[in-house]
Write a protein that binds this ligand. Structure first.
Ligand SMILES: [Zn+2]
Length: 165
């Protein structure tokens, strides 16, 4: 039997094949970069959603979790972007045990701590960068700066605060 080939996903905006995360809006699919330009909030929501699916190993995010996320966003003024990084902080950095009964109820307890952690992380990286510039050769320095810039691009602390007010 012939094996069905994986479907190729083309970004609706740049018309290129999507190699990274696929962001869906309605029936259309976009690459992450394009979607960030078109609708940053939607992109953050999708990323959070996809992360939860992977975390809980489920096909769909439960109504309980969706309700929690919307409540934190509306009432507690937590951004989807911040919640995404909070979950990563809790399960990837602190390596806490997942309690599926409570949904994502852990987020409010760690939201600020996660933000402080990211702040501190950048602070240390800034200091390390200053040190490296003096200590290493030109070639290596350039390479490290590129690395550093990429990391910064991935985590934007300004976006942590809810912006939809
Ligand atoms: Zn694109």
């Amino acid at each position: 039997m012939a094996r069905v080939k994986d479907k190729i996903h083309i970004c609706e905006n740049c018309k290129k094949e999507i190699t990274g995360e696929i962001i869906k809006k309605g029936r259309k699919e976009y690459c992450e970069d394009c979607m960030y330009e078109i609708d940053p909030d939607w992109t953050d929501w999708c990323k959070l959603f996809e992360y939860i699916k992977r975390l809980y190993n489920v096909e769909n995010v439960s109504v309980q979790i969706i309700t929690q996320l919307k409540k934190y966003n509306n009432e507690n003024k937590m951004s989807y972007y911040g919640m995404f990084h909070t979950l990563r902080y809790v399960y990837e950095i602190l390596e806490m045990e997942l309690d599926t009964d409570k949904g994502v109820g852990i987020i409010p307890y760690f939201y600020t701590k996660a933000e402080q952690f990211m702040n501190k992380k950048f602070d240390i990286e800034d200091k390390a960068e200053e040190y490296n510039i003096e200590a290493v050769t030109h070639t290596v320095t350039t390479k490290r700066q590129d690395n550093y810039r990429n990391q910064k691009k991935n985590i934007n602390l300004d976006k942590w605060k809810e912006q939809t007010e």
